[in-house]
Design a protein around this ligand. Structure first.
Ligand code: NZQ
Ligand code: ZN
Length: 394
């Protein structure tokens, strides 16, 4: 097991009426003037935003609103948010929504005190020194941003999607009421489930073998999420199983499943180029890529894929044919994705095959013009990235 540091400072308020605690938590963390940040219409329609406005007003907390965050959140809105925070003396950001809203809030949070353009941070040209405190009210379990140190933003100039990671941006608190996810459409629910599973996979498919506790936690998250998905797709208001997914989403990406492992993250970064170019949902893009990545890298350590097939996918271990066992695990995973309405190839994702030029462009952006590799389970250079995209394009 690799040495590790595990630091998860976010206070989680989970369960029925959790949102009643928003004002008291903002005050606890020193907020007096809040940027209320949200996405499109879902939080307004569900009555969550009106409830939050009422609560802030009753508590005497001043707030300024900035809605309009779109999936694959844009740097242009982040820049607007930064300008508002500077002009209005904002001292706390409340993100109401999913990963896109929370990531936008994080970028505004560390972009406000940063003297230069915030995109420099995403290009690796600077380091954030401080960040406004952020709280989140989660409405879709998926990205895990409510407890992660990551932030993923898209720059419309050139459609670059890049991540910036800093401990400074971890949310002070996360409000999680599973009832708030009852309104999620089936497609978004399935995208969320896929992303949660992928955050676990990215850490599970590691060349480290000696991490039994971490493996067991990861396998439990994967099995539970797969058990829950068909139940909530059939009955969206099933509190018990919405709650399992919601908590799994945070545990999958707060580094718990990364303790002692070395993460891979190639599928994620290959996907980021897909969602940058085609503006697709991140979870669906991951489902479209994962099987191809898995087949491509499997031979590096077949035993890891056998363990996954047997412990997670319930495949019977054929000791005479480890490759066969491993492959059956991958096939069953893809069957699961299809069963919840997720694509398992690029043509299914975007409605047509990607052109050769698009594949070359995505690989070129992913390897940052040959200056960068992806993956640890198997290191991918430009050519390997192209290979995986081509496999997924069948
Ligand atoms: O904008 P509204 O109207 O709210 O609609 C949203 C949005 O269209 C809708 N939605 C959210 N909660 C809802 C709801 N609809 C009905 N009822 C509700 N309760 O869902 C749609 C998707 O929302 P979004 O926030 O985009 O989803 P998600 O949480 O999956 O976030 C995806 C983003 O997070 C990034 C992804 O790349 C993508 O940009 N990621 C962030 C990570 C991190 N910060 O650690 C890690 C992840 O791997 C990921 O890359
Ligand atoms: Zn993800």
């Amino acid at each position: 097991m690799k040495d590790f540091v595990f630091h998860t400072p976010t206070e989680v308020i989970f369960g029925h009426n959790a949102e009643d605690k928003i004002a008291s938590r903002i005050q606890k963390y020193g907020g007096t003037k809040v940027l209320l940040h949200y996405g499109g219409a879902s939080a307004e329609r569900s009555g969550l935003l009106p409830k939050i406005r009422e609560q802030l007003t009753a508590a005497g907390i001043a707030f300024v609103e900035l809605g309009g965050v779109v999936p694959n959140p844009r740097v242009s809105l982040v820049r607007q948010g930064i300008a508002i925070c500077r002009e209005q003396g904002i001292d706390f950001i409340l993100a109401v929504g999913g990963g896109s809203v929370i990531d936008s809030a994080k970028a505004i949070g560390f972009g406000t005190p940063y003297e230069e353009d915030v995109w420099n941070l995403f290009l690796g040209k600077g380091t954030a020194k401080s960040c406004l405190p952020i709280g989140s009210v989660l409405t879709i379990p998926a990205a895990g941003s409510e407890m992660s140190n990551g932030c993923v933003i898209t720059n419309e100039e050139g459609w670059h999607k890049r991540a910036y990671t800093t401990e400074l941006s971890r949310c002070r608190f996360a409000i999680m009421n599973p009832e708030r996810t009852f309104t999620l459409p089936p497609y978004q629910t399935a995208c969320g489930v896929t992303d949660i599973m992928m955050h676990t996979f990215e850490r599970y498919f590691s060349l480290e073998d000696d991490m039994t506790v971490t493996d067991s936690i990861a396998e439990a998250i994967l099995r539970t999420t797969m058990q829950a998905a068909p139940i909530v797709l059939k009955n969206p208001t099933d509190y018990r199983w919405r709650a399992q997914i919601m908590w799994a989403g945070s545990l999958a990406h707060n580094d718990l499943t990364g303790c002692g492992t070395v993460g891979d993250w190639a599928t994620h970064h290959l996907e980021h180029e897909l969602s940058a170019l085609f503006d697709v949902a991140h979870g669906a893009g991951l489902a479209a890529m994962w099987g191809s990545w898995a087949r491509y890298v499997m031979s590096t350590r077949v035993s890891r894929f056998v363990q996954f097939a047997v412990n997670v996918m319930g495949v019977e271990n054929d000791f005479t044919d480890p490759e066969g066992t491993a492959l059956r695990g991958i096939e069953r995973m893809e069957e699961f994705y299809r069963s919840i309405g997720m694509p398992t190839s690029i043509p299914e994702l975007i409605g047509r095959p990607a052109t050769e030029e698009e594949i070359l462009l995505m690989a070129d952006k992913c390897c940052r013009q040959d200056t960068h590799t992806e993956g640890n389970f198997k290191v991918l250079y430009r050519k390997e990235m192209e290979d995986v995209y081509r496999l997924a394009n069948k």
